[in-house]
Design a protein around this ligand. Structure first.
Ligand code: C2E
Ligand code: MG
Ligand code: MG
Length: 696
């Protein structure tokens, strides 16, 4: 298109450009240079023409540089880049050059055309460039790039310095409305004033920067304690809040400030700024014109939780989760009535993890729903497998509140059940925490009713801990109440817990619910529960949770504790309840004496120790006991033994006070023997009472 332009016009145009132009032939001999070439290099056309461009070589680039340049030029037809060259007067300068190869019709190189510009005032340019890249043009404060790189340096030094560094980030409250109202020029002036004030507040070692807009940052170094940080932050807030006069108008502006502190916050620069930013938003939320400290510990907790959840999600999809099963038995008949599925995480590095170690973190995330569905599917197919092998038991699964309260819970359950048509009706039970059921009683009520149509029953887990009221118990149609194990574990030692359990059992009976005791650890607890009217139990004294494959074998070998069979056929009236309590009061009394011999302080008053009428057993014996069983021989025989118990106990304590430990220990055997006699008589009396109740 330019073919018609006359040659002399082209030549004049090339001569007048400020870029140097150099044309060489196929052998790279210079055949043309323009005026700018001469101005930059100092070589006249006469001196240059016929030479190669190597007359300009500075020696600052090695051969490899030129080889690579030629390689690219010949392969793609052009090259661009910076070259350090030498002027005729010996001065070195940097040029930016584009070299293009000109080809003939056969594809052979005809000419090379170089066009370059001199970056001779490079230093100045560099300085200017740096100013533009690293400083904010309005306030002349370091900008984000500069702050960022300084922060990197500072955070790497902080471990060595052993002092605190505060990253203080703030923006101005309501700056936008000031801008809108008075115009950007006023806004800019205000920012400049603030920048100047900040420079005054900051010490030499601190860094003040502007991140953009009305956002500023201070990096305060060499701080010794939180008081110092507080003082600095307050001073900064005050200086900003000082009214500012622009064009005769007084402006009151405040700032909201976020502070994070190194080395407590041990994060990278990006994260440090983000943390300070989060804290700044908290300051805004808390009412502005204030600073807020970033909570490193809380953040770490959140991070740990997030990591754990990711890891747990991975565990779920990679078969690291398994279900263990813990049997529930009928104490009276010895029959295994069901199992509870309990989640286990087989962690490849940390071994088997119990739900308490990870589930609470998942309870507020949707991961618990994925886990819950997996648990139901797994438990159901296991139940089907057991039924095929002739073991007809119910399987209960624990379901979190979050899952139960989802509107699609019943639909999903139904789908899962449809996938397992071989599961006999009534074999799935869902355990929900009593506290979870309290969250939305109405919804839970509906879910339980719908599940009941599917043949799925419900139990209220950890019953007694959720403070459910009576009306609530009436409204929630759960079939089973599981007495929390904290009450069961204290049943022998704590009369209050025993009374509570008695109450729960009474409630259960009144509302026609099945009562299950969980956490039964000793046969005696089982006896007591059975006598109080709770026949179904689950706990370590029956079996610990076990892998699914072990269950059939366990059921085959299972022998209920003989004590339970002994009590199986007896009935018990609640008015005889104090007789049970008395037995455990006596056991406790003896235990306290024994503990004292082992060095513990004596947990009995002088009267309780020395007067057989004033211990708790004595109170019962000469009170309720005497009036109710005074005529029974076994009861009468107890008195003499009990009196001896106190004589021996007193003697043991006295030996202890004289430092005669060995003698005291020997006497303990005598005490234990007497205790056994008391238990024997009490058991006989209890049998006697139970049988009488039966015949009445
Ligand atoms: P939970 O449903 O009340 O289960 C009973 C817990 O008591 C189980 O702890 C069991 O191993 C333990 N236990 C049973 N007998 C005894 C005993 O005699 N003594 C003592 N000290 N403990 C006994 P585990 O397996 O650690 O589970 C703890 C809780 O985690 C469960 O309490 C349940 O609330 C929850 N959980 C377990 N599996 C799942 C699950 O699949 N999904 C959900 N959402 N929660 C589950
Ligand atoms: Mg449970
Ligand atoms: Mg429980």
């Amino acid at each position: 298109m330019n073919a018609d332009v006359p040659y002399n016009l082209m030549s004049a145009a090339i001569d007048s450009t400020s870029d140097g132009v150099i044309i060489s032939d196929a052998e790279n001999r210079i055949i043309y240079v323009n005026r700018a070439f001469t101005e930059v290099t100092g070589y006249s056309p006469e001196e240059a023409i016929g030479q190669t461009p190597s007359i300009l070589k500075s020696g600052l680039q090695d051969e490899q540089f030129y080889q690579e340049m030629w390689q690219e030029l010949l392969s793609v037809g052009h090259w661009q880049g910076n070259i350090w060259n030498r002027r005729r007067n010996g001065e070195i300068y940097l040029e930016y050059i584009t070299i293009t190869a000109d080809y003939d019709r056969d594809g052979n190189v005809n000419h090379y055309i170089g066009v370059f510009s001199d970056i001779h005032d490079l230093r100045e340019t560099k300085g200017r460039l740096q100013q533009i890249t690293n400083y904010d043009s309005l306030t002349e404060l370091p900008n984000r790039t500069q702050v960022y790189s300084q922060l990197k340096q500072i955070s790497s030094d902080v471990a060595r310095d052993k002092k605190l560094v505060a990253v203080v980030l703030f923006d101005l409250d309501d700056f936008k409305s000031l801008n809108d109202h008075y115009g950007h020029a006023v806004g800019d002036q205000l920012l400049t004033v603030i920048a100047q004030r900040l420079k005054k507040v900051a010490r030499n070692k601190d860094l003040v920067g502007r991140l953009g807009g009305d956002e500023f940052i201070l990096i305060l170094r060499d701080l010794h304690n939180m008081d110092e940080i507080d003082q600095m932050a307050t001073r900064i807030l005050d200086t900003i809040a000082t009214p500012c006069n622009i064009n005769g108008n007084q402006h009151h502006i405040t700032a909201s400030m976020g502070v994070t502190i190194l080395p407590f916050d041990n994060a990278d620069s990006d994260t440090l700024l983000r943390h300070a930013d989060q804290a700044m938003y908290m300051a805004k939320e808390h009412g502005r014109n204030r600073y807020h400290l970033f909570d490193t510990e809380k953040d770490q907790r959140i991070q740990t939780r997030r990591q754990l959840l990711n890891r747990l999600a991975f565990a779920l999809s990679h078969d690291e989760l398994v279900l263990y099963y813990q049997p529930k038995v009928n104490l009276r008949t010895g029959e295994v009535v069901g199992v509870e599925a309990l989640l286990r995480w087989m962690h490849p590095e940390d071994g088997m993890l119990l739900p308490g170690q990870y589930l609470p973190h998942a309870e507020h995330s949707d991961l618990i729903i994925g886990i819950g569905e997996w648990v139901i599917q797994q438990a159901i197919s296991q139940a089907v497998a057991w039924h095929r092998s002739g073991l007809n038991i119910t399987v209960s699964v624990n379901i979190a509140a979050r899952q139960l309260l989802r509107p699609d819970f019943v639909d999903i359950l139904q789908e899962i059940l449809q996938e397992q048509p071989l599961l006999p009706r009534g074999c799935l039970e869902i355990e929900i925490l009593e506290s979870a059921a309290l969250e939305d009683t109405e919804h839970v009520q509906k879910v339980i009713k719908e599940c009941s149509k599917l043949g799925v029953s419900f139990s209220l887990d950890d019953f007694g801990t959720g403070f459910a009221s009576l009306s609530y118990l009436r409204d929630i149609p759960a079939d089973i109440l599981k007495i929390d194990r904290s009450f069961v574990s204290n049943i022998l030692d704590n009369t209050d817990d025993m009374t509570l359990i008695e109450g729960i059992i009474g409630l259960g009976t009144a509302f026609q619910r099945v009562v299950v005791a969980e956490g039964v650890e000793t046969a005696e607890q089982g006896v007591l529960l059975m006598r109080l009217g709770c026949d179904i139990a689950q706990g370590y004294c029956i079996a610990r949770p076990m892998p699914a494959d072990d269950l059939l074998g366990w059921v085959e070998d299972y022998q209920p504790d003989p004590q339970w069979a002994l009590w199986a056929d007896t009935h018990w009236e609640m008015s005889d309840f104090p007789l049970l309590v008395a037995q455990y009061d006596h056991i406790k009394w003896v235990r306290r004496v024994l503990l004292h011999v082992d060095g513990a302080s004596l947990q009995l008053s002088h009267a309780e120790l020395s007067d057989h009428r004033l211990c708790r057993f004595g109170h019962w014996y000469y009170g309720h006991g005497l009036s109710r069983y005074g005529h029974v021989e076994k009861f009468i025989e107890l008195e003499q033994i009990h009196t001896s118990v106190h004589l021996v106990g007193k003697e043991i304590v006295s030996l202890c006070s004289k430092g005669k430990k060995t003698d005291a220990k020997r006497k303990c055997e005598e005490l234990l023997h007497l205790k056994d006699q008391i238990i024997e008589k009490l058991t006989a009396l209890q049998h006697c009472v139970a049988n009488q109740a039966e015949t009445q």
